[in-house]
Design a protein. Structure first.
Length: 76
């Protein structure tokens, strides 16, 4: 089984699906997984993990950076 690695955390499901589509367009398979609040152990509906195969991590991060708006990457 291929190990999946988190490459991003989206603010909501819509953003996560946009990242997943962007990665698919770059030829990278991505999976989505809800985040879990460590204190309560319950899922956090406002944040979604974007996961890719370990072998695709660098390529996925490059794709996300290339397609992201500069102000989204560097928040002051």
């Amino acid at each position: 089984m291929t190990r999946l690695v988190q490459v991003a955390v989206a603010g909501d499901v819509t953003e996560a699906e946009e990242l997943q589509t962007m990665l698919a367009n770059a030829g990278i398979d991505a999976s989505l997984e809800p985040t879990v609040d460590e204190a309560s152990g319950s899922t956090d509906p406002e944040h979604v993990k974007v996961l890719v195969a370990e072998a695709s991590v660098d390529e996925a991060r490059d794709a996300i950076e290339a397609f992201s708006e500069p102000d989204e990457l560097y928040q002051d």
